[in-house]
Design a binder for this molecule. Structure first.
Ligand code: DGL
Length: 272
């Protein structure tokens, strides 16, 4: 069991930032990554639609003997968290890690002035998942901003340029005006825009990556559940990458962002 792969998925490239963080912290673990490229982006769809898509991908991963499911997408986490706990953790015994709780906890630890910003997809903002996560902490001011076009740029491999700068200026102005000292990158695509976002926000604002926070949670869960890989020859660790839709753009960009470990990207059929 413990040397089975960890199943990770996102709508596209964003979850690779979670995969990267997990690989860095847990080099003996094998990753089975799925980009649901047939349905990307999730963030501008109704939560009920995202839920159907996400459960299809998670069912497929669960059927492939993964030892843990990582919802490497904030929008998907907002859509299925409670369902996923029942369906996979309780019914199938597969631990599920999502990205919203770990990022919220890290932001609460980081803030000094108790003012936290959250940037995310429209669906994540509308779901109120971050507001709910922060509601249990007293005396916090939380300001949310949807940044729908950021995903579009990342999926094209664009992280600089005038157009992106103008979009960032517009999205981040209300967050800056709210004088937050901590900003949650509440979409796993956004760590690929860290340079741009910190340039706009300034060095004094701490950026919390939902991807890094989720990877820490993966580490802790594997150890707690006693299912971390062991005795693995690092030269034999084989990660596998899949896309559910066209791979023409996804495969080269995945290699660009994650490096040669991506290797071949295969097609995965999802019955929905
Ligand atoms: N990476 C996903 C997230 O964390 C969203 C991208 C999309 O809109 O599909 O929310």
């Amino acid at each position: 069991m413990s040397n089975q792969p960890i199943g990770i998925f996102d709508s596209g490239l964003g979850g690779l930032t979670v995969a990267r963080a997990i690989i860095d912290k847990l080099p003996q673990e094998e990753i089975l990554y799925v980009g649901d490229t047939a349905n990307t982006p999730y963030g501008n769809k109704p939560i009920a639609t995202v839920r159907e898509m996400v459960l299809g991908v998670m069912d497929e991963l669960a059927s492939r003997d993964v030892k843990m499911l990582v919802i490497a997408c904030n929008t998907a986490s907002a859509a299925v968290l409670r369902d996923a706990r029942e369906r996979y953790e309780v019914d199938a015994g597969i631990p599920v890690v999502e990205v919203i709780q770990p990022a919220s906890k890290a932001a609460v630890v980081a803030t000094r002035n108790r003012r936290i910003g959250v940037i995310a997809t429209q669906a994540t903002v509308t779901s109120g998942a971050y507001k709910d996560a922060f509601a249990v902490v007293p005396d916090l001011t939380v300001v949310q901003q949807a940044c729908p076009r950021f995903v579009e740029f990342v999926e094209k491999g664009i992280t600089t340029g005038d157009e992106l700068n103008e979009v960032a200026e517009e999205y981040l102005a209300p967050i800056k005006a709210a004088q937050v000292d901590t900003l949650v990158l509440g979409c796993t695509h956004y760590p690929l825009l860290t340079g741009l976002i910190s340039q706009h926000m300034g060095d004094e604002v701490t950026l919390i990556s939902s991807s890094e926070s989720a990877a820490n949670e993966v580490y802790q869960r594997l150890v707690r559940e006693n299912i971390a890989a062991s005795g693995v020859d690092l030269g034999n660790v084989q990660h596998r990458f899949y896309g559910t839709g066209t791979l023409d753009a996804f495969a080269p960009l995945a290699r660009r962002f994650l490096g040669p470990i991506v290797g071949d990207v295969h097609q995965m059929e999802i019955s929905r």
